[in-house]
Design a protein around this ligand. Structure first.
Ligand code: URA
Length: 272
């Protein structure tokens, strides 16, 4: 086999493999670490000899200074930046400008929050999915639509009296579970969002935000039980874990329990 025949054989094998993946239902190529979307298409830099004179960067290779940050440096940066934010708008701008979370490199949008920042109810979910990443707002996909119906059942609406956010602001590749490091890097911003909006209640949608903000695991037992989130400054806010709407889409029989939790939330919000 000459080299051109070999190349054709390799291409046929690659196409056959891709076809097999497609037949198996694989429709997205992801790895656990985010791919840097901004560097796609960029030409690799030519190797530079140590003696080469410094040249102006001519190739648009993305060098995310913060992705190279150590996790503890990124957490420290997030703490410092978030502490300096005195308004919801300042915090939103700071999160969008933040380069310290590696997930950002693989995301299309920063998904910070949506709804009424002055609301007395703050809903916190896990992380943006594909639809949220595309649109740049939390809970806009199927789970978000169910969340909207759940909130409407107790007179709540993100356009008027509810703010919605997540514990992670960038979509993890393939919707994988965010790592502890990614969660720790975003946490100072989440704390600051809670402090700045000072809600009467925080509704934690699912086990991930519950674990991230309360340190509690096991949503089946912990849902419906009021606890307190303690932010970095020591302030405390009532928080109620509830089943994630995506879980309720898969297991609708549990909507009965979620309804009981929503009624408990409504009662709390109506108290003085
Ligand atoms: N699930 C979440 O937890 N958050 C979103 O924004 C969307 C889906």
């Amino acid at each position: 086999m000459d080299s051109s025949e070999q190349q054709l054989a390799e291409e046929d094998a690659a196409i056959a493999l891709l076809r097999w993946y497609a037949d198996m239902g694989v429709d997205e190529a992801v790895a656990a670490a985010p791919a840097d979307l901004r560097s796609w298409g960029a030409k690799p830099s030519p190797p530079r000899s140590p003696a080469a004179a410094p040249t102006k960067a001519s190739t648009p290779v993305f060098k995310p200074s913060a992705v190279a940050l150590q996790a503890d440096e990124a957490v420290a940066a997030a703490q410092k930046i978030s502490a300096g934010c005195d308004s919801f708008e300042a915090l939103e701008a700071a999160v969008k400008a933040f380069e310290g979370c590696p997930l950002k490199a693989g995301a299309r949008n920063t998904v910070f929050a949506d709804g009424a920042p002055s609301a007395d109810l703050l809903v916190i979910g896990e992380a943006p999915g594909r639809d949220e990443d595309r649109i740049g707002k939390p809970f806009v996909g199927r789970a978000g639509q169910l969340l909207g119906r759940m909130l409407a059942a107790i007179g709540r609406d993100r356009a008027q009296n509810t703010l919605i956010s997540n514990v992670i602001y960038w979509r993890p590749p393939g919707n994988r579970t965010p790592s502890q490091t990614e969660t720790a890097i975003c946490r100072p911003f989440v704390d600051r969002l809670i402090e700045l909006t000072a809600p009467k209640a925080v509704l934690l949608a699912g086990g991930a935000p519950m674990q991230a903000l309360l340190g509690v695991t096991g949503i089946m037992r912990a849902r419906g039980v009021w606890r307190e989130i303690e932010t970095a400054s020591g302030a405390r806010y009532p928080a109620l874990p509830i089943f994630h709407p995506a879980f309720l889409l898969r297991q609708p029989a549990n909507k009965r329990l979620a309804w009981a939790d929503l009624l408990a939330l409504q009662k709390r919000l109506m108290e003085d």
